[in-house]
Each structure stands twice: as C-alpha cells, then as structure tokens.
Design a protein around this ligand. Structure first.
Ligand code: ACO
Length: 436
C-alpha cells in the first residue's frame, strides 16, 4: 500500500528532554489525521503507552471507513444502509474481499465456488462427536476452523494466488460447520448443503430441515438473515479483526488466523454481547420486568454490571447498524406475526437510557447487538449460536483484512512494546535461602 500521497506538508513537533523532533503527519481519504511515530523510538528512545490502543493506528486500510462521531459506516466506500437494503450477503462478501461490487459474471463465479466448497471433509464431521455435550459452539467453531488448515493445506505456500478458493472455502465451510454443530448439539442427523439454494437459504435449511418436518424456505427470514450478516461484515480494526491481523502478521495461515479471530469475538465485551443482551433481557423479564433496577446497577461505579448492548469503543453517537437492525426487528417480527415481550422491554430500556444523564454524558447508545438477538430468536436460532452468526457475518471482513495485510509492502510482524514495572535486576536467591 503506497502511502506517499497521504503525507501532509506540515509536521508535528515533539519536544523531549529539551530536544525538538519533527514527526510526519498523514491525512486519510476521509480526513482522519495521524502522526507517524514509526521512527519515534529509534530517534528519541521513547515509546508511546496506549492501553487498549485507543489512539493507535496499526495499519492503513482501504476496506471500511467509520466515523463514530457522525455515525457513518461504509464498506469500500458504499454506505452500510445501501448495502443492507440492496445487496445479498454474498455480494457484500465479494465487495469486502475484492474491493468492488461483483458483476453478474463475477457473482455467478463466486457463488459457484461457494457451492463447490460447501462440504467439509467427512473425517472432520467425526470431530463433532468428540466434543463434550454442551460445548460452547464458538469453541467448536474456532477449533474446526483451525483444523481446516490440515485438511486443506494447499494454500499455505502461496495464499494470495489462491485467495478466491480460500475465501470461498472459508465462507462456505464455516456456514456448514455452524449448521452441523447445531444439529450435533440437537442430536439430529446432519443436513448437507444443496446447490439449488442461496447462501442464506442453504444455511437455514441445514439448520432447520428434518426428515420429519421438511424446512420451507421463508423469503422474509432469508432477507433478514442477509441483512444481519451484511451489517456484521466488517468494522475496521475491532478486537477480533486486529487479532486476525496480529496473528496473521506472523505469517501463519489464513485458517489459523481466522480461528484466533473467532476466539476474540467470543468475548462478552465483543461479539458475545448479542447472547448476553438476550440473557440480560430474559433475566429482567423473569424478575418482573423491573429494568430500572438494572439501569441503576449499570450506573453504579461500585457495581461491575454493564447494560449489555450499550456503548461502543468507536461510536459515540448512534451506531448506524443498530438503527437498521431495530427496524428489521420490527419488520420481521411483524411479518412472522411474532410478539416478543423482550422487544418491548428492549425498547423501554433504550428510551429510558437515552434520556438518562449517565448515558448521555458518556455518549452511550445501543450498539449492533442490542436488537440482533431478538431477531435471531424470532427466526429460531438458539442463544448459544448468536455469536456464531456474528462470526459468519464477520468472516469476509477478517479475510479482507488478512489479504490486505499480506499484500501490504509496509507489513511488519506485530510486536507492541511495554513499560516494565517489575523488580529491577536483583541477585538470584538459592532455594535454601528462600525461607518457608
Ligand atoms: N453500561 C454502563 N456503563 C457503561 C457501559 C455500559 N454498557 N459502557 C460504558 N460505560 C461507562 C463506563 O463505565 C465508563 O464510565 P466512567 O467514565 O464513569 O468510568 C464510560 O462509560 C466509558 O466506558 P469505557 O469502558 O471506557 O468504554 P470502552 O470504549 O473501553 O468500552 C465497550 C466499550 C466495551 C463496548 C463498553 O461500552 C461495554 O462494556 N459495553 C457493554 C458490552 C457490549 O455491549 N459490547 C458490544 C460492543 S459492540 C461489538 O463489539 C460488536
């Protein structure tokens, strides 16, 4: 990635120990500003300290632009609202990985690859039998994706030449693994992928078809699933994507890097929040619907409880995805004629929180996870699969970042620094002198 044109003529000035240093300034395509500190340590002896990387850019990227203050999210320049409204997930996956929306011919080719690679090796199917009953599906998913690298090792030497195949393999097989893990958990026979179904219809059929009750594909459900997966498609340098990049920066293969990303996504502060939201809502409902008690708990500095589904590291305004999901939630529940008291409860909590000074001052708004679980629940996805659904959606984003990193001439292995605060060098103490 060539960055020369982004360097501004002016420089930042840093004074350390009475000496002045000039640091280059970069201005991104949408006006985001950065100070290039890549020579800071070698020139000054200093490093920067930035817990949680709140101010630290780790790369330049052409995939996703988001402006948390203005509530903007674009994939490859296209606003998320347009993509969610007008595209299928497969088109958006192609866009994220390849950089442009597919033509009819390109889409046909990509869909053909997704069909071609939909099966997983039968030996892998036996892996499911060895996980203990009740294993978290995210743990199974992460293990199975890592195992793909031994079943499909041909990519390891020259990944970028085979990126189409690898992308299709992952996007298609992760869907199959996700559906199989559900069937195994249910103790039901597996349903294999079909070439005559679209990506989302295929997933739903693999999940819900049984020989005693054939699954009838419902276009409303297919449509909302496409939307949810698109909305989760990418979110620039979030925790799981940064994990994929960091692990991948050691030049490990794509499957192992994605497997690490899945583990990061599992966390309740990240992708695991969609499940945690429903569990929180159910708990509140179970206790008689007294959500105000939970809002007070969330505000109490001495209580670790947080209102799950609220707040975001980057969005200090409405998360544009949550707006789309809230509407989709109303639409799909209406079309399926489902009334879910959890939806009413969620809306009441949102209304109260958005007028509460605690949430206003801290700029805490509902995030993408606040309503997504209610939709998943409505379309029959069990709670412990919610984060797996997130992973399915995020997969093209992870692949796009991994590919971009491999292709970037500025790539270096990720290796943060630290400030050491442990004991200073001290003499070794032999065992007999260490006391009891
Ligand atoms: N409920 C109550 N208070 C909150 C919440 C919340 N959900 N989120 C943040 N705050 C408060 C913090 O206590 C802190 O208050 P203080 O300034 O008085 O100490 C202030 O808001 C700033 O919070 P930080 O933790 O500094 O914000 P950060 O950017 O580090 O964390 C995060 C973002 C992890 C998403 C946080 O808002 C959170 O824990 N939310 C709940 C979990 C959640 O919904 N996660 C999903 C995120 S979206 C995603 O990953 C797909």
């Amino acid at each position: 990635m060539k960055l020369e044109k982004y360097y501004a003529p002016e420089k930042a000035r840093l004074i350390v120990e009475g000496r002045e240093y000039e640091l280059p300034i970069l201005i991104g395509e949408e006006g985001e500003k950065a100070i290039d500190i890549s020579k800071l340590r070698s020139n000054t002896g200093y490093i920067t300290l930035d817990y949680g990387y709140i101010n630290t850019g780790s790369c330049a990227s052409a995939i996703t632009y988001l402006d948390g203050d203005r509530g903007i999210l674009n994939y490859r320049g296209y606003p998320i609202d347009d993509l969610a409204e007008k595209c299928t997930f497969v088109e958006v996956a192609y866009l994220l990985v390849h950089g442009s929306l597919p033509t009819v011919k390109q889409l046909k080719h990509f869909s053909g690859l997704l069909n071609k690679y939909a099966l997983i090796h039968e030996d892998m199917v036996h892996f499911f039998d060895r996980f203990p009953q009740g294993s978290p599906p995210m743990s199974i998913l992460s293990s199975m994706v890592n195992a793909l690298s031994v079943f499909y090792p041909e990519m390891i030497n020259d990944p970028l030449l085979q990126i189409d195949m690898m992308t299709a393999r992952l996007i298609s097989k992760v869907r199959t693994i996700a559906a199989f893990s559900y069937k195994k958990a249910m103790g039901h026979p597996l349903v294999y992928p079909r070439h005559d179904y679209s990506y989302c219809a295929n997933f739903l059929n693999m999940m819900f078809h049984t020989s005693v009750a054939p699954y009838e594909v419902n276009p409303v459900v297919v449509d909302v699933l496409n939307k949810l997966l698109i909305l989760h498609g990418d979110h620039e340098q979030n925790c799981s994507t940064s994990t994929v990049r960091l692990v991948g920066s050691a030049h490990v293969n794509l499957y192992a890097s994605i497997s690490a990303g899945i583990s990061a996504l599992w966390g309740p502060l990240h992708g695991g929040a969609n499940q945690a939201v429903i569990e929180m809502l159910e708990r509140i409902q179970h206790e008689g619907g007294n959500y105000r008690k939970y809002i007070e708990k969330a505000k109490d500095p001495n209580d670790p409880f947080r209102l799950v589904g609220f707040g975001h590291r980057v969005y200090k305004n409405h998360d544009p995805r949550s707006r789309i999901i809230k509407k989709a939630c109303d639409d799909v529940l209406g079309a399926l004629r489902i009334t879910d008291p959890l939806l009413d409860l969620a809306k009441e909590i949102e209304e109260v929180a958005l007028t509460d000074p605690y949430f206003i001052e801290r700029r805490l708004y509902p995030n993408v996870d606040f309503y997504s679980g209610i939709i998943y629940k409505a379309i029959g996805i069990p709670k412990d699969m919610f984060t797996v659904m997130f992973a399915l959606g995020r997969l093209p984003g992870w692949i796009a970042h991994w590919k971009e990193m491999w292709d970037d001439a500025n790539w270096r292995i990720g290796r943060p620094r630290q400030i050491y605060v442990g004991p200073v060098t001290r003499p070794f103490v032999p065992m007999e002198e260490r006391g009891e």
